[in-house]
Ligand binder design. Structure first.
Ligand SMILES: [Zn+2]
Ligand SMILES: [Zn+2]
Length: 342
């Protein structure tokens, strides 16, 4: 099979590998698509090394059809349309025991520590497969994991009807937040995003107001729209400056959620006195425990406009190029999907 192998920072080579044999409890998936995630780009550049063991096939937003199953597998059958939960938690650490596999201390994540989705086939534990209706196309399947992350964030946010919300950023994650908050009974949904193409998409999908932080004074604009501030602000940008600028815009007793992944060394300054006086909350959400099933339900029900979020399909050969496009062509692409058979 063809596979794009990450051998170290800046190096992805297209190679032939034997199709893996599913062992006990495993399933071999013939991949129909794999999303290119911001974390793949960080790994490629060497900014993210924790839990990555090159040489390895990256890619954790995986959709495909079950091709073969190993001994003892009874939850999926050959031909099933599936999405993969890439997080293989250790099951033994304190966080796993406390029901927080997303915070597992020793995970062996598919596409990080074991071969993932930038290949024609992947072998994964069958327990980590979620069945999708045959009618769900690869563009829907590859968003199951990311949407599950956003659903976990949504649960933690505890959004209450009749409140206002703001999303920082309108990449894949920001647009999935848009789809959830845009369908919630809110008084106002603002989305800020520097790229015009993405702002347009945010407005068409569900935001009431879109703001260009490159050309507008965000604080002044939010002040006009919501003089008392915003009840719930979610950062989906991972941009420390955007966070620093938006935290003071949280309404009294409101919530600010750190959802996007900021660079490891980033620091911002906050005003603890104001946060105290407002009794505001700053919380975070990391990855999805227990939300993949609901993510599948939403996608199957047609409530997530994956056709508009997955803007681009590329071949396996184009993966190194996709990494460049990810950063430089934000005005043309949102989610890029690799089709390994193209
Ligand atoms: Zn991802
Ligand atoms: Zn663990």
């Amino acid at each position: 099979m063809k596979a794009a192998i990450f051998t170290g920072p800046g190096r992805i080579t297209l190679d032939e590998k034997p199709v893996p044999d599913p062992g006990p409890g495993q399933a071999l998936v013939r991949l129909s698509g794999c999303g290119v995630c911001g974390t793949d780009v960080h790994i490629f550049h060497g900014d993210l090394t924790e839990g990555i063991t090159p040489p390895v096939v990256l890619g954790h937003e995986i959709a495909g059809l079950v091709e073969r199953v190993g001994p003892g597998v009874d939850n999926v059958r050959v031909g099933d349309n599936v999405a993969v939960d890439p997080l293989i938690a250790c099951g033994r650490c304190e966080d796993c025991h406390a029901g927080r596999p997303n915070l597992c201390r020793r995970p062996t994540t598919v596409g990080y520590a074991v071969d993932g989705g930038f290949a024609q086939y992947a072998c994964v534990p069958a327990t980590h497969l979620y069945k999708l209706k045959p009618s769900v196309p690869p563009k829907g399947g590859i968003l199951v994991e990311t949407l599950a992350c956003v659903l976990h964030g949504y649960d933690r946010l505890g959004f209450q009807a009749g409140c206002s919300a703001m999303i920082l950023g309108a990449g894949t994650v920001g647009l999935l937040w848009n789809q959830l908050l845009g369908r919630s009974p809110r008084t106002l949904l603002i989305q800020s995003e520097p790229v015009a193409f993405r702002r347009k998409l945010a407005g068409e999908l569900g935001a009431d107001v879109v703001i260009d932080p490159g050309g507008e004074d965000v604080a002044a604009r939010v002040g006009e729209l919501a003089p008392d501030g915003i009840d719930y602000i979610v950062d989906a940008s991972g941009n420390p400056d955007a966070l620093a600028q938006a935290i003071p815009l949280v309404k009294r007793h409101g919530t600010f959620m750190i959802f996007g992944v900021c660079p490891k060394q980033a620091k911002i300054s906050i005003n603890p006195h104001d946060i105290y006086q407002a009794e505001a909350k700053i919380i975070a959400s990391k990855m999805p425990p227990l939300t993949l099933g609901r993510s599948v339900e939403l996608i199957e029900a047609g409530l997530i406009d994956y056709e508009r979020i997955v803007t681009t399909t590329l071949s396996l050969e184009s993966l190194p190029e996709a990494v460049g496009l990810f950063e430089q062509a934000r005005d043309r692409h949102v989610k890029m999907m690799i089709d390994p058979w193209e």
